[in-house]
Write a new protein. Structure first.
Lengths: 134, 134
DNA sequence: CTCGGTGCAAAGGGTTTGCATACAT
DNA sequence: ATGTATGCAAACCCTTTGCACCGAG
């Protein structure tokens, strides 16, 4: 039988740790890769955006951080890897986390048709309280 | 007072009509701009992708076609402009339309917090019947 | 010492835009 | 005749990748 391709032992680097820390430090801000890069550079001024992307990919793959595409073109990273939904304010852009509400009706009708639903992405859009009162 | 910027009278061109026709002809396939461009070129071989994009933007703005970002980076266009959700098969990529199921729970909790929800985007992922039986 | 991670810079894919020309009005 | 829409190509934005060097193991 073929040698299975060796599992490639992974190293933990300063950059990796700092990227993870940056995602977590951003709290609820759902930072972009660029924002994360800026933050990491405060400590390690020479990190490249490429490295940030590579480490983000790895962290997402390992389930340590989440990614969300919230309607714009850029990916936003999220310290909460568990499935959850988002609310985006169309005036100020703020992003709020929501507990994942499995959309029961849609799932039921798909199941009836023989399809299997394994995940979902839900983004709610509107105006946040602050923008409404302004 | 300043002259208000004149409302720019819009022209209807062969290209515009063909782009709309192409979106509609694709039926339930949710074509990409590139696919639409290919179809339009069967009639008008010299249309540019740029023109297709400009016309798609206009049609979306006018509410004649819908756009959906279904997890990948490419925008997919939809002859059904009314709000509705989507199911994407992770094996074969097929896209199924769903009647819009307003995610009541999420909206309620946001409303309680003072936010106003005006729209949503829901994508369900899974395996379609055909891929499950294969 | 190894070989996976890094920095850099260039390539890539999707979409937008500047410009001279074509054409709907 | 007027000026919007077009075709072309270059620019854009976000992300990925190739390569030589660096440094964790």
């Amino acid at each position: 039988m073929a040698n299975r391709p060796r599992p490639a032992r992974r190293r933990t680097t300063r950059q990796l740790a700092l990227v993870l820390a940056a995602v977590r430090a951003a709290g609820t801000e759902h930072p972009t890769a660029e924002e994360i890069c800026r933050r990491v550079r405060r400590v390690l001024p020479r990190v490249s955006l490429g490295t940030v992307y590579r480490n983000l990919q790895r962290l997402v793959g390992d389930g340590l951080v989440g990614v969300a595409h919230l309607g714009s073109r850029v990916a936003r990273y999220d310290p909460t890897p568990a499935a959850h939904d988002h609310f985006v304010c169309r005036s100020c852009g703020r992003v709020e986390d929501l507990v994942a509400g499995p959309p029961a009706a849609g799932i039921r009708s798909l199941h009836r048709a023989g399809h299997e639903v394994t995940a979902h992405a839900l983004v709610l859009y509107g105006r946040c309280r602050d923008c409404r009162s302004a």
